[in-house]
Design a protein around this ligand. Structure first.
Ligand code: HEC
Ligand code: HEC
Ligand code: HEC
Length: 122
C-alpha cells in the first residue's frame, strides 16, 4: 500500500510526461532559434512617406508592373505623359528602391531591368 517505490505504471507515466515536456521545449527552441526568413515571412516593403498612392495600394501590389509598362507605352508610343504618374514620381513617396521595390522583388526572385536606364534613389 504505502510502499516507497512507485508502481511501474506511474513511473513510466512520469517519464512519458517528461518526454513530452522535453519535446515541446525542443520545438520551442527550434522556433525561436530559426533564422529570420526561413518561415518565408512576407517581404516588408518600406512605408510610403505620404499618400495616397496613384492607385489603390491593393490593386497596385498586383498590377504595378503592368501599370508601369502601360505608362511606358503611353509615353513613348503615344506621347502622353502624366508627370504625377511617371516612374520617377513613385520615388516621391516610395523613396528607396532597395527598401521598397527590391525587398519584394528579392522575395519573388524577379529583377526588372528598369533601373539600368531609369533613375531611382537607392
Ligand atoms: C503620393 C504618394 C505615392 C505615390 C506618388 C505612389 N505611391 Fe505607391 N503607395 C503609397 C501609399 C501610401 C501606399 C500604401 C502602403 C504604404 O503606406 O506604404 C502605396 C502602396 C504601393 C504598393 C503596394 C505596397 C505594399 O506594401 O503592398 C505598390 C506596389 C506601390 N505603391 C507602387 C507604386 C508605384 C509603382 C508608383 C509610381 C507609379 C507609386 N506607388 C506611386 C503612396 C504613393
Ligand atoms: C534601355 C533603357 C531603358 C530600360 C531598360 C527601361 N526604360 Fe523606360 N524609358 C526609357 C526611355 C529612354 C524612356 C523615354 C524617356 C523618358 O520619358 O524618360 C522611357 C520611358 C518610360 C516611362 C514613361 C516615362 C516615365 O518616367 O514615367 C515609363 C513608365 C517607363 N519607361 C518604365 C519602364 C519600366 C517599368 C522598365 C523596366 C521594366 C523600363 N522602363 C526599362 C528607357 C528605358
Ligand atoms: C509589395 C511588393 C512589391 C513592391 C513594393 C514592388 N514590387 Fe514590383 N513586383 C512584385 C512582384 C510580386 C512581381 C512579380 C510579378 C510576377 O511575376 O507576375 C513584380 C514585378 C515587377 C515588374 C515586372 C518584372 C518582370 O520581369 O516582368 C516591374 C517592372 C516591377 N515589379 C517594378 C517595380 C518597381 C519600379 C517598384 C518600386 C517603385 C516595385 N516594383 C515595387 C512585387 C513588388
Amino acid at each position: 500500500m504505502n510502499s516507497p517505490i512507485l508502481p511501474v505504471g506511474d513511473r513510466s507515466r512520469i517519464s512519458f510526461r517528461k518526454g513530452i515536456v522535453g519535446l515541446l521545449l525542443f520545438m520551442l527552441a527550434v522556433l525561436v532559434l530559426l533564422p529570420q526568413g526561413s518561415w518565408a515571412a512576407p517581404p516588408q516593403p518600406e512605408k510610403a512617406v505620404r499618400g495616397p498612392c496613384v492607385r489603390d495600394p491593393e490593386w497596385m501590389r498586383r498590377n504595378h508592373m503592368d501599370f508601369l509598362k502601360h505608362k511606358r507605352e503611353a509615353t513613348v508610343r503615344e506621347g502622353k505623359f502624366v508627370k504625377a504618374e511617371s516612374f520617377l514620381a513613385c520615388a516621391d513617396c516610395h523613396q528607396s528602391r532597395e527598401r521598397f521595390c527590391d525587398r519584394c522583388h528579392a522575395y519573388v526572385a524577379v529583377a526588372p531591368n528598369c533601373f539600368e536606364c531609369h533613375q531611382y534613389p537607392k
